[in-house]
Design a binder for this molecule. Sequence first.
Ligand code: COA
Length: 255
Amino acid sequence: MDALKIESAGAFEQWTLEREPMRNALSRGLVEELKQHVIRISEAESCVRCVVLTGAGDKAFCAGADLKERQGMSVAEVREFLQNLRELFLSIEHSKAVFIAFLNGVAFGGGAELALACDIRIAAGHVQLALTEVRLGIIPGGGGTQRLPRLVGIGKAKELIFCGRRVGAEEALRIGLIEGVGVLADARAMALNISENAPLAVAFAKKAIVQGVHLPLEEALGLELQMYEQTLETEDRLEGLKAFSEKRPPRFVGR
Ligand code: COA
């Protein structure tokens, strides 16, 4: 355990995958730790509004599943690992906190899928992303075949997955695979910015986008309305209006 370093910065946290000698590969233990911390910040009393997720060192954000650990696994154990990985990625996607992946280095296989499950991706200039699975005789099983086309389009996703091709920062930005190129401080500044906005409003907006994208437009618009309605009764909405009229920054409380 303790392959994940947690640092608090007030309303946001930085989580660092700390397995640099293995290029931050996802072991069973690391997946479990990540799951536990997503549960922790989902509890009602948690004030964590945003997470910057990154990897130790500058070589890899995450080299995917731990292939050394995989060698000793039975088929049943591989299935169990994959199930846990899929649950982790879904829990990140459905968390009320916003996840920003700062890609400090390569993101391959499950590492790229981890980045895809996050809300926003900022990458260092030397980053490379790839879904390399077909080179290993498997397919992306952590959501890659579904989340990549939703982000970059079906044709580009097919090309990248069938070839297992590596994409650099410039191309990743151009095709919409990442949202920005920068340094860790840029990802942290974005996390601070998001954390300063009304927490319930950000969480409801995330839910409207994450769930709405899978629905026909009219149902999705209905979901947006439901989320909007939930902000109407909040103290933060009134505080936003009051702060505007008093020409001062709002003090949101998350109620
Ligand atoms: N699982 C377990 N160990 C891994 C790993 C993985 N996914 N990726 C890298 N490592 C280990 C290497 O085996 C090596 O260990 P060693 O020092 O005991 O030999 C160590 O990390 C460093 O790897 P190395 O390849 O020497 O470093 P690098 O910085 O030159 O390259 C990568 C890093 C990530 C580009 C390269 O290791 C790689 O391509 N890994 C496979 C990634 C992959 O295909 N993942 C998909 C899994 S589905």
